[in-house]
Design a protein around this ligand. Sequence first.
Ligand code: FMN
Length: 193
Amino acid sequence: MTKGKILLGITGGIAAYKAAELTSALTQKGVEVTVIMTESATHFITPLTLRTLSGKDVFTELFPEKIPPDPLHISLRERGDILVVAPATANFIGKMANGIADDLLSTIALSFTPNYKATGQAQPVIIAPAMNEVMYKNKIVRENLKKLKKYGVKIIPPEKGYLACGVEGEGRLASPDKIIKIIFETLKKISKR
Ligand SMILES: Cc1cc2nc3c(=O)[nH]c(=O)nc-3n(C[C@H](O)[C@H](O)[C@H](O)COP(=O)(O)O)c2cc1C
């Protein structure tokens, strides 16, 4: 029996490889995972890996060669009770905080209304930022995160630890276990509404 369905957005950071572990663990736990990758993310991990681990088609393009009957950003919306973006780049965070929708993932992100108190709809969005410490502490990124939080987006803060740029610092993607725990808590919450 399905434990819920999520859209998993993967953006182009070095932690994108950890999204494979996340996809595999969630799928094994009975969650239906539909993956949407940014073009940048495909430089870090292949759609084939995610296609295989999720058992579902992976989506990367807003304007695919084979035109679907319904626009993807509308039809995909139905495949997830929640949108999880892990890892979320500074770029994605900036775009979402400023209403920019210039690729499939950012367009879908704007079709969710996480502030369900305002809309009466439960459409949670969870993002797990990951980037180097200098980027994470950049005031522009902080402001964008603050703005998203204000609009009802759940932020899973990055952890301190070894970063791919070779230094210790804050910016490491939260552990897959932590992200999974929050996804299950959120799925449980919305199933009660
Ligand atoms: C090797 C490499 C690693 C990167 N790692 C990160 C990262 O961890 N976090 C981040 O925010 N951006 C990172 N970037 C920059 C993003 O890839 C870049 O901002 C890109 O435009 C993000 O696109 P997207 O948000 O559409 O996926 C990295 C770039 C390179 C070349």
